[in-house]
Design a protein around this ligand. Structure first.
Ligand SMILES: [Zn+2]
Length: 314
């Protein structure tokens, strides 16, 4: 969520121009065409913020999903019981995650630092994943005035390590927002909880090389590709202007197809609109269509359903 750091905003204007130009300025010979058809199968949204403050209900989410072939999502509830309620109503389409306020990851009342309470919630099945945990987050400002400052919680904060371990005890994934510049902290967190599956939101907005280094060494690391689009993370978009995958990302996704997921990361009012959702999903379908079909399916939904299934085993 809330992905645009100030540095990215600068790139936004350049990227935006580039994307407009790609329609007519580039000549055909300069444009390696995207030969493969877009991926047409199911998608699971592993980065969905279901927040009381937004006023966006689970029914709105599912109506948007239905228009674009998204099967369901990991709902990061704020407060968390919103997601639990959504799951009770739509058990085949919702996995409830326990989220906290943007600036309250390690606040005294945060469920992530009240470990006995967290244990109870997880034992009771109220949450089936943690996150999005806001750790190291760049400041951002969106059009329309939606903005926030930076957050400075290191991924290896001592109060969070028991929460990671608890998630591992119950076999539940933890989605973390940690900018790639602080990958060393993430590495210590991964090492502290080797039985916990981590999902690195937005791949930390970092380069493929940083992700490869961690993925190769930590089998408990996964990453979502959310907010790496021309609209949400233009400075860290995964494709070239013509829609072809950046070669280093094509290589990385092909090398680790079982470790990535798709997320839509809607959080500002302008995101919950059919045109935004359609553009975003088309972008991911186009990207997935350039991969081996088995890899595309894994990234689109199989990894998500393995990490956090909609239905619990009977
Ligand atoms: Zn995020």
């Amino acid at each position: 969520m809330r992905v645009l750091c100030l540095a990215l905003l600068f790139v936004l204007s350049i990227g935006g121009l580039g994307h407009r130009a790609s329609g007519g300025v580039l000549n055909a010979s300069a444009r390696p065409s995207v030969q493969r058809a877009p991926y047409a199968g199911p998608i699971v949204d592993t980065h969905a913020h279901l927040e009381a403050e937004s006023g966006v209900t689970i029914d709105t989410f599912l109506a948007l999903y239905d228009q674009v072939g998204v099967k369901g999502g990991w709902m990061m509830g704020l407060p968390w019981m919103l997601a639990t309620d959504a799951w009770e109503r739509y058990p085949d389409r919702v996995v409830p995650f326990l989220a906290e306020e943007y600036t309250e990851t390690v606040a005294p009342q945060s469920v992530y630092v009240n470990h006995a309470a967290l244990d109870d919630l997880l034992a009771g099945g109220y949450g089936r994943g943690l996150g999005e945990m806001i750790l190291r987050h760049s400041p951002f400002r969106l059009a329309g005035g939606y903005s926030a400052g930076a957050t400075h919680v290191p991924a290896d904060h001592p109060s969070l390590l028991p929460a990671y371990a608890l998630a591992g005890k119950y076999g539940l994934p933890v989605v973390v927002h940690q900018e790639a510049a602080f990958a060393d902290e993430l590495e210590r967190a991964l090492r502290s909880a080797p039985d916990t599956q981590f999902v690195w939101a937005h791949v930390g907005h970092g380069p493929a090389g940083t992700a490869r280094s961690l993925l190769a060494r930590y089998p408990n690391l996964h990453a979502d590709l959310s907010a790496r689009t021309p609209w949400l993370g233009p400075g860290t978009v995964l494709t070239r202007l013509d829609g072809t995958l950046q070669p280093e990302w094509a290589a990385l996704l092909s090398e680790f197809p079982d470790r990535f997921t798709i997320g839509l990361d809607m959080f500002a009012p302008q995101h919950y609109r059919p045109d935004h959702v359609r553009n975003t999903v088309q972008y991911y379908r186009g990207l997935l269509g350039q991969l081996d079909p088995t890899a595309a399916e894994a990234i689109a939904y199989r990894n998500a359903e393995r990490l956090a299934p909609f239905r619990l085993p009977e």
